[in-house]
Design a protein around this ligand. Structure first.
Ligand code: HEC
Ligand code: HEC
Ligand code: HEC
Ligand code: HEC
Ligand code: HEC
Length: 181
């Protein structure tokens, strides 16, 4: 009987299409906006590439950004973490020689910060990761980055509130502007 009424299928297909268009259009509205013109990447002490390292398929974000005590900061990797791989290979390029030198000196690598908020804003990674928000939701497509740059407006009040208003959580001024211990 369905064969005699092909329009039933057409109507169904059109409805499914419409639904997927609507849900795709709505899904990202609670996320910080991806910047149309991201600022240029700052010059870092070493030409570290997220893309090159994540493509290896051997390390994940949290292997390097270890978030001590499941707390507010993700932190930058200890040079020993880099050397767990690089110490096993000869330092053939200028950048790898510099890395070996820094590791030998025991001086932490002075990475230049990319995402940064004013100190009067209270912020913690912990509550957001617990709520299931992912790194990429706030920092963009990091695994495709050659050089880290600010891809989203997550460090602005507009970026925070896009999500908080959509999810109806913590929208009072004091939630983000009250000093904590
Ligand atoms: C809800 C949004 C959000 C999510 C999710 C998020 N970040 Fe962040 N991240 C931020 C903001 C905002 C800052 C700037 C914080 C500041 O300046 O105090 C930041 C700063 C950082 C920093 C530098 C400062 C620090 O914390 O040591 C690193 C590294 C970082 N994020 C990595 C990650 C990784 C890795 C993940 C996933 C495991 C992640 N972030 C998930 C919003 C987010
Ligand atoms: C899982 C192992 C692993 C870890 C951990 C690791 N690397 Fe690498 N890294 C590699 C491999 C593999 C290459 C590619 C080497 C090649 O192509 O000859 C590479 C390439 C590089 C290069 C480019 C070298 C060049 O001149 O072309 C730099 C710079 C670098 N890594 C720095 C770092 C730093 C800094 C860290 C720590 C934050 C780190 N790596 C952690 C495996 C690793
Ligand atoms: C092998 C170690 C390593 C891995 C794995 C790694 N990162 Fe990083 N990440 C670094 C280093 C080193 C820096 C500082 C240099 C730079 O900005 O490129 C950094 C910087 C960042 C920053 C900028 C923080 C700031 O405000 O300056 C973010 C955001 C970030 N990483 C997110 C991620 C995410 C998301 C992943 C997983 C998809 C990831 N990283 C995987 C080593 C790593
Ligand atoms: C993509 C969504 C999203 C973004 C972006 C986001 N938040 Fe949140 N935030 C949440 C959710 C969900 C919770 C609720 C967690 C819970 O259930 O307690 C939360 C909770 C909080 C809390 C209360 C918990 C705590 O840690 O004290 C503060 C404060 C906060 N966010 C500040 C910020 C700030 C500041 C920004 C922007 C830099 C931001 N958030 C960006 C989703 C987001
Ligand atoms: C979800 C977190 C969040 C909430 C809620 C929030 N803010 Fe903010 N606010 C921020 C962040 C992040 C910044 C710093 C970045 C920026 O200036 O956009 C900021 C910056 C500000 C600034 C400085 C702006 C400037 O240009 O120097 C003022 C003033 C301010 N907020 C007032 C308020 C008031 C008033 C409320 C309540 C109606 C409020 N905020 C609610 C996150 C929040």
């Amino acid at each position: 009987m369905f064969i005699r009424r092909p329009w039933t299928w057409l109507v169904c297909a059109a409805f499914v299409c419409l639904l997927s268009v609507v849900s795709r259009a709505q899904a990202p509205t609670d996320l910080p906006a991806v910047l149309a013109k991201p600022p240029a990447a700052p010059t870092q002490p070493l030409p570290y590439s997220h893309r090159q390292h994540l493509e290896l398929g051997l390390v994940e974000c949290v292997d390097c950004h270890v978030q001590p005590d499941a707390g507010p900061m993700m932190t930058f990797p200890a040079t020993d973490t880099c050397m767990s791989c690089h110490a096993t290979q000869p330092a053939t390029t200028a950048a790898l020689k510099q890395l070996a030198g820094l590791a030998a000196s025991g001086t932490p690598i002075p990475w230049v910060r990319v995402y940064r908020m004013p100190s009067y804003v209270y912020w913690s990674h912990a509550s957001h990761l617990e709520a299931g928000v992912t790194c990429g939701n706030c920092h963009g497509a990091v695994a495709e980055n050659e050089a880290m740059r600010q891809e989203t407006n997550v460090t602005t009040m507009t970026g925070c509130l896009a999500c908080h208003e959509a999810r109806q959580v913590y929208t009072d001024c004091a939630d983000c502007h009250e000093p904590r211990q």
